[in-house]
Design a protein around this ligand. Sequence first.
Ligand SMILES: C[S@@+](CC[C@H](N)C(=O)[O-])C[C@H]1O[C@@H](n2cnc3c(N)ncnc32)[C@H](O)[C@@H]1O
Length: 348
Amino acid sequence: MQLSITPDNPLEWLALKINMVPWPLLHAQIMPVISKAVLEAADKGVFEAVDHGHQTVEAIASVCGLQPKPTRELMGLLTALGYFTFRQETFTITDSARRWVLRESPESVVGMMLYNNRVVWPWLEQLGNYLQTGEGIDYHSKLNTEEWGYYQHAMSSATGTEAKEFGRRAPVPKNATRMLDIGGAHGQHAVALCKRLPALTATILDLPEAIAQAAPYLAKSDMGDRVQHQAGNALTDDFGLEQYDIVLMSSLAHHFTPEQNQAVAQRVSAALKPGGVYIINEFIRPGTGAKPELVGSSTDLFYGLTSAAGNYSLAEIKTWHRAAGLKHHREVWYRTLPGRAMIVGRKP
Ligand SMILES: C[S@@+](CC[C@H](N)C(=O)[O-])C[C@H]1O[C@@H](n2cnc3c(N)ncnc32)[C@H](O)[C@@H]1O
């Protein structure tokens, strides 16, 4: 996926074509304002206010506890971005925005917006320092209880779309009965697979601080005993011998160093039954010299800053599988999430 500038008329098209438009200003001046405006709008409840019928600047400002002048400015930007339409002094939330930004929507990403606004934004201030020192934040060792709450809400709210596609397309044994989801948090991937495979039960392994906050999200799935949390640490726990048909590790490899990922793969391989699969579900760092790709590259830098590691290329992930005695089985690229893939190794 790429972001691109779309000209509104032929003159703008020409100006862009002959490089008369100082396009880096889009990144330098416009995008930082856009990002913070969207996050603050979500945080202040602006989307819900409009959806609940507070549709003028004055009404939105009043119900959200804001001032009318900045609210007018904010609404102008959000309308330009496609979140609202504006007619006769009245704002209406667009159908395409409603699906993602209303807290009540089943596909809401508001949890991610709150986390990014309240917890992540100050981390971005440290990017310059990271570039100079190479030292990432390693946030799992620094979050307080409230921040763990925002983090787990964010993970749950960002995963709805992906989990559905994972449930449909993950290449797993049809007769699978046991699954381990390492760093599984809310458990949505396992829940989606359990809905597809009636005999499957799953263990969601995560840090105790995560489970304390993620338990209500798992409970909402109504899977009862079929999907259960287990407190532990993927870096040190023994996963057992030949117990699982499916082991998933989703969005955790990017927090671990290559050596740690190799050691995890080794223990996963021992824990898989013959014919079982190990799925590493990740944003993929485009290989050196490969076609540039926005999502894989921006998450690579973000995870470098915020954890101690970063994204990995397909080649690197396959190396861990191979060294752990797993045969490369499949790679499945998400249709709903550019730059993201399931890399599947199978135990012979
Ligand atoms: C980015 S979230 C991914 C959550 C979920 N797997 C998903 O894809 O939406 C990473 C998860 O890994 C957990 N985690 C981090 N370090 C871990 C460790 N050493 N052992 C087990 N879980 C860990 C975090 O608590 C968090 O829930």
